[in-house]
Design a protein around this ligand. Structure first.
Ligand code: ZN
Length: 138
């Protein structure tokens, strides 16, 4: 088993900013000219997620609206009572959505659906710089 570690950074606006990172992941993977591998994409941080979505204007509104129903910004959170950083909702959302995704690389191609993009979703209540790790195992 061989492991290749790649990474890149993403600047976000926070507040459930959804950033398409598909091209950055593809660049990291395809620069290694591999045929078959497991590709893990992971973001470090407890108020940010990595997931998949069809990156189109409707869903860029639908996903934040759905998460607002589950973990509203204007709700009282025990986290905020302890830390006073006002981002309890961001931690809850990030836990639910998760912070990694896996895409198989088969015959030199990442197996993403035609309408499936890889996105970073930053829930924190301020702009952030996030580090995304792409670990390729083959
Ligand atoms: Zn916090």
């Amino acid at each position: 088993m061989t492991v290749i570690n790649g990474k890149f950074t993403v600047n976000t606006k926070g507040n459930t900013d959804i950033v398409d990172i598909t091209r950055l992941v593809e660049h990291t993977v395809y620069s290694n000219s591999l045929q078959n591998a497991v590709v893990h994409v992971y973001v470090a941080g407890s108020t940010v997620s990595v997931t998949n979505i069809e990156f189109e204007p409707g869903l860029l509104v639908d996903l934040p609206e759905a998460l607002e129903k589950i973990a509203p910004v204007e709700m009282e959170y025990h986290h905020d009572a302890t830390w006073h950083d006002g981002n309890g909702y961001a931690h809850v959302r990030a836990s639910i959505v998760g912070n990694s995704t896996m895409i198989p690389l088969i015959d030199g191609a990442l197996q993403l659906g035609h309408w499936q993009q890889i996105v970073l979703v930053d829930f924190d209540n301020k702009p952030r710089t996030r580090t995304v790790y792409v670990q390729i195992v083959y």
